[in-house]
Design a protein around this ligand. Structure first.
Ligand code: C5P
Length: 397
C-alpha cells in the first residue's frame, strides 16, 4: 500500500465518522489519501478533521473553482490507484449504478476507469430493499467491488446486515485491490452441464423435464468468477450466458454427450444437467391421430454422461455429479458416487418443488461422508461449491 494514492469519497451516513479511522490506518500504511466529502457527508464529519488526518485538502464540490484550477475533477478521478467510497450510502450507490453525475462524488465515479471499492453502511431495510439489491448487482456487474456490510445492531436500533465493515476488513479489501491475489481457480479448466434435455418424439414433439438450468448456470458463473476457464454445455433454456463463460447449446442427451466429449477438460467437471435417461425411437414424420389409438413410444437408453466422464480414460481431476432424489437421499447419492465414478455428489431432495425455484436444500456427499448444507439459494450453493473446489485445488498452497 506504501506510496499508493487512495481517493476516498465519504458519503453521508452515521458511519461516516469511521472513515476517519480508515484514513488514519491508510496513512499509517504509507498510502496518500485524497479526501472527497459529499454534501451530506459534511453533516457527519467536518472537512477540517478529514483534511487534518489525511494531511491533504478536502474536495467537497464540483464548483470549488480554486480547487478545480489546481486539479480538475477529471484528473482527480484518474490520479488515484484506487477509489474507496466509505461509507457508501444507498443514495450514492443508486446514483453510481445509474451513472448520474449530479455532484462531485458521482462525477468522479463516472469519469474514472480506476478500480472502485464501495463499503456500504445503511439501515437494514434499505440494504435489503429490492432497489438496493438491484443497484449492488449492477455495480458488481460493472466491475465495482462492493463489500458485504456487517451484521449487527444499527444506530437506529434495528438488527441485521447494514453496519459498516470493520476497518481491518476494509484495509484487507483495499490491499487486495491494490495488489490482487491471484484468483483461486486461475488457469483451471472446467466443464459444466446444465438444464434439461429434449428428446424428440417426432419433428414437433419431445420428452422433456422440469429442470430450469438455474443451478448449473450459477455454478458456471461462480467458477468463472473464481478464475476458471469454463465451458457450459447447456440444454434448451432461455437463460443469459454468465460473463466470461463459453456456452455450447445442445438439445438432446446425445448432443450433450457429444459436446461434453468434444470439450472435455483436465481439471473440473460438474454435471448438473437433468439428462433424459431415455430417448424415443423418433418418428420421421409427425405422428397423426388415427383410429389405432395413441402410438406406442419405444424408449432407448441414453448415454450416461457423468458415468462416461467419471470412468473415462481422460477423466478430469475432480468429477462432481448431482442427484435429484425423492427418497433415501443420502443412500442413493452415496451409491451414485461409485456407480458414476464421481468424487462428489451434490444430493438434492426434489420432492419439495426445487425445479425452477431460486432456493434449494442440498447435501454434499463425498467418500468421507456427507454434509447437510441446509436451505439456501442456488446462487449460495454455487458459490459454496466453488469454494470447496477452490480449496481442493489449493490444498498444497
Ligand atoms: O442417475 P441420475 O440421473 O440420478 O444421475 C444424476 C447425475 O448424473 C447428474 O449429475 C446428471 O447430470 C448425470 N447424468 C448424466 N447423464 C445421464 C444421466 C444423468 O450425465 N444420462
Amino acid at each position: 500500500m506504501h506510496g499508493k494514492t487512495i481517493l476516498l469519497i465519504v458519503g453521508g451516513g452515521i458511519a461516516a465518522f469511521k472513515s476517519l479511522e480508515l484514513v488514519r490506518e491508510l496513512r499509517r500504511a504509507g498510502a496518500r489519501v485524497t479526501p472527497v466529502l459529499t454534501e451530506n457527508g459534511a453533516r457527519f464529519v467536518t472537512p477540517l478533521s478529514l483534511a487534518a488526518l489525511a494531511e491533504a485538502p478536502v474536495r467537497t464540490s464540483l464548483w470549488d473553482l480554486e480547487a478545480e484550477a489546481g486539479m480538475g475533477h477529471i484528473q482527480l478521478s484518474r490520479s488515484a490507484d484506487l477509489i474507496v467510497v466509505c461509507p457508501a450510502t444507498a443514495d450514492l450507490m443508486a446514483r453510481a449504478a445509474t451513472g448520474e453525475a449530479n455532484d462531485l462524488a458521482a462525477t468522479l465515479l463516472l469519469a474514472t476507469d480506476t478500480p472502485v471499492l464501495m463499503v456500504p453502511a445503511m439501515n437494514v431495510r434499505m440494504w435489503q430493499h429490492r432497489a438496493t439489491v438491484r443497484n449492488v448487482a449492477t455495480l458488481r456487474h460493472d466491475g465495482v467491488t462492493v463489500m458485504e456490510p456487517d451484521v449487527g445492531e444499527m444506530a437506529c436500533g434495528e438488527f441485521g446486515p447494514g453496519r459498516l465493515p470493520q476497518v481491518p476488513a476494509i484495509m484487507e479489501s483495499i490491499a487486495d485491490l491494490l495488489d490482487p491475489t491471484p484468483l483461486p481457480l486461475a488457469g483451471r479448466r472446467a466443464i459444466v452441464t446444465a438444464g434439461p434435455t429434449h428428446e424428440a418424439i417426432d419433428p414437433v414433439r419431445y420428452l422433456g423435464n422440469r429442470s430450469s438450468g438455474k443451478q448449473g448456470f450459477a455454478i458456471a458463473a461462480s467458477l468463472a468468477a473464481a478464475g476458471a476457464d469454463v465451458t457450459l454445455v447447456a440444454g434448451p433454456v432461455a437463460l443469459e450466458t454468465p460473463d466470461g463463460v463459453y456456452r455450447v447449446n445442445v438439445t438432446s442427451a446425445r448432443e450433450m454427450a457429444d459436446a461434453v466429449a468434444k470439450f472435455m477438460v483436465p481439471d473440473i467437471a460438474v454435471m448438473v444437467a437433468a439428462v433424459a435417461d431415455w430417448r424415443v425411437d423418433a418418428a420421421e414424420g409427425k405422428l397423426k391421430k388415427g383410429d389405432g389409438g395413441p402410438p406406442p413410444l419405444t424408449l432407448v437408453e441414453n448415454p450416461d454422461i457423468l458415468a462416461t466422464t467419471g470412468h473415462g480414460a481422460n477423466r478430469p481431476r475432480l468429477v462432481i455429479g448431482f442427484a435429484a432424489e425423492t427418497g433415501d437421499l443420502l443412500a442413493n447419492a452415496t451409491a451414485k458416487l461409485a456407480k458414476k465414478g464421481a468424487d462428489w455428489i451434490v444430493a438434492n431432495d426434489v420432492s419439495a418443488g426445487v425445479f425452477g425455484s431460486e432456493d434449494t436444500h442440498v447435501h454434499l456427499v463425498t467418500r468421507q461422508g456427507s454434509e447437510d448444507w441446509g436451505p439456501a439459494s442456488k446462487l449460495t450453493v454455487a458459490y459454496r461449491l466453488t469454494g470447496r473446489i477452490s480449496a481442493e485445488f489449493n490444498r498444497d498452497k
